[in-house]
Design a protein. Structure first.
Length: 190
């Protein structure tokens, strides 16, 4: 899957290492999102049955069922309330390692991380809560245990403790001061 913000499409490819080229368009080569939505990133649930895509411009999240290269839209929800007057810049999206919660960031006027519960049968999302992150939360990472989330912003990395039963977050007072934290990755330590 490849999000194409400019064409409002999620391009769908088949991958076979034994073929040349290994990457070819799927039988249904793309899913068209709402015009002007700006699909940005996608994330699969650990069970492989559901995929989620965040749209940058409209600050929406779409839930899809996934089966053998085909997407079926289940739901599209707005991150912000209908009367919101600020600017959006929805950025990153990740599913907790246990597949129970989805987290997503929105930049612009908002500068928050949002928490959604994932219905384990339908794949649909229900809003849980949202938390300030500091200016311009572009990228974040969930540690492999699912206990912590680190959110990179313009001038720091905020560390949140995850309540694994509710998905809710508590900010830990140990922010890491660093300019332009735009990409965070966990590296295994041996």
């Amino acid at each position: 899957m490849a999000s194409d913000l400019g064409t409002d499409k999620i391009d769908i490819f088949r991958y076979k290492a034994s073929k040349t080229p290994p990457l070819t368009p799927a039988a249904i080569p793309f899913f068209k999102t709402e015009g002007g939505s700006g699909p940005r990133h996608s994330e699969f649930a650990p069970n492989g049955k559901f995929m989620y895509n965040i749209q940058e411009i409209t600050a929406t999240i779409s839930a899809f069922s996934y089966n053998d290269g085909e997407l079926k839209e289940l739901q599209t929800i707005k991150m912000m309330p209908g009367d919101f007057k600020g600017t959006n810049g929805a950025a990153d999206i990740h599913v907790s390692p246990d597949g129970l919660f989805l987290y997503a960031t929105n930049r612009g006027t908002v500068n928050e991380i949002f928490v959604y519960a994932i219905d384990q049968v339908t794949g649909k999302l229900t809003a849980v809560d949202h938390y300030p992150t500091g200016s311009n939360p572009r990228n974040f990472v969930i540690d492999p245990t699912g206990n912590y989330i680190l959110v990179g912003s313009s001038n720091r990395i905020n560390v949140f403790k995850v309540n694994k039963a509710t998905g809710k977050l508590t900010q830990i007072n140990s922010a890491i001061n660093i300019d332009q934290a735009v990409c965070l990755k966990m590296i295994p330590v041996e």
